[in-house]
Design a protein around this ligand. Structure first.
Ligand SMILES: Nc1ncnc2c1ncn2[C@@H]1O[C@H](COP(=O)(O)OP(=O)(O)OP(=O)(O)O)[C@@H](O)[C@H]1O
Ligand SMILES: [Mg+2]
Length: 318
């Protein structure tokens, strides 16, 4: 018997109504679980619904259908003090370090936002907590009085992380926290996430648009395509033996550091664009670009099923 997962997402959908009767299916039936203390990487190309999924899980958006259980409680049914308590336990680090920090607030006040909302500390204690948080993310006390525009992208992301940490959450949704950063800064921020996870026993849902970015932080990975998960498994299994043709093509795009292996790498180039979530293909959403598509792929959407130990794939080949 394994422990109950900290987060259990089942059949989650988020559809946006755009007027004139059209509906954009940004998230269209996600199911996965995140275990306490692990990092679950959620990966997929731009527009596949990663941010919408994160925002629906943390209840910045109401779900269209399906459920999100956090510690066994249905997040979208929480009210009053239980909702407040959930808001303390789960925090988000946003995708864009330039747009997500209020330019008119000092860094100290930005970081203390959650502390103020939840009435945790005031005065000297509040100031000390802000300083402690700044140090924890590799910044220093003098930074508390400055404004966001005085900082680089990497530093801003550290401020966003300090803000998320301020109220001692258990779970952080990090929405592409490193995508906007220079490659040289990305590893530093990933290492900061890892250090904080060790020190605070945090659980992460770590969103990224390519597999290279989540490789060194994720215990398990879910690959998304057009609002759906196409493959979910442990990191090592995904890199060693990707099953879904979409995952295979994403992995084939990553250069291998070993020159001998790099020469043997076969690059799978996908044809065409990602279809619009306003008008997704019938059956498997990937079939219009899939090098292995078969007639049955147009007829029915393959379910996510276990093709190997704890290795789930949604593909008619398995
Ligand atoms: N508030 C909204 N109203 C209408 N459509 C939306 C809204 N938010 C997102 N969408 C649409 O939903 C789809 C998924 O968007 P989302 O931002 O979740 O993708 P993403 O995977 O996070 O992409 P990226 O990697 O570029 O951040 C896109 O087609 C987007 O245009
Ligand atoms: Mg996004």
């Amino acid at each position: 018997m394994s422990e109950q997962p900290i987060l259990q997402v089942s059949g989650l959908k988020k559809h946006f109504r755009l007027g004139r009767g059209s509906t954009l299916k940004a998230v269209d039936g996600l199911s996965f679980a995140v275990r306490r203390g692990e990092t679950f990487g959620l990966v997929g190309e731009s527009g596949c619904g990663k941010s919408t999924a994160g925002r629906t899980i943390i209840r910045l958006y109401e779900a269209t259908e399906g459920e999100v259980l956090f510690d066994g409680e249905n997040v979208h049914r929480l009210k009053g003090s239980k909702l407040q308590s959930f808001r303390r336990k789960m925090q988000m680090v946003f995708q864009d370090p330039y747009a997500s920090l209020n330019p008119r607030m000092t860094v100290g006040n930005i970081i203390a936002e959650g502390i103020d909302i939840h009435g945790l500390y005031t005065g000297k204690q509040r100031r000390e907590r802000v300083h402690e948080l700044l140090r924890a993310v590799g910044l220093n006390e003098e930074h508390a009085g400055r404004f966001p525009h005085e900082f680089s992208g990497g530093q801003r992301q550290r401020i966003g992380i300090a803000r998320a940490l301020a109220i001692e959450p258990q779970f952080i949704i990090a929405d592409e926290p490193i995508s906007a950063l220079d490659v040289s800064v990305q590893a530093q921020v990933v290492n900061l996430f890892k250090k904080l996870q060790r020190e605070h026993g945090l659980t992460y849902l770590f969103i990224a648009h390519d597999l290279a970015m989540v490789r060194h932080i994720s215990d398990r990975i879910g690959v998304m395509y057009l609002g759906k998960l196409v493959e979910v498994t442990a990191s090592e299994a995904l890199y060693a033996k990707p099953l879904h043709p979409y995952t295979q093509s994403l992995l084939s795009a990553i250069p291998i550091p070993d020159p001998a292996l790099e020469r043997t790498r076969e690059r799978i180039i996908l044809e065409g664009e990602i279809p619009s979530p306003l008008n997704p293909p019938s059956g498997c959403p990937f079939r219009t670009r899939c090098p292995k598509a078969m007639p049955e792929c147009a007829a029915a959407m393959p379910e996510l099923k276990e093709a190997g130990p704890e290795h789930y794939v949604a593909c008619h080949l398995y």
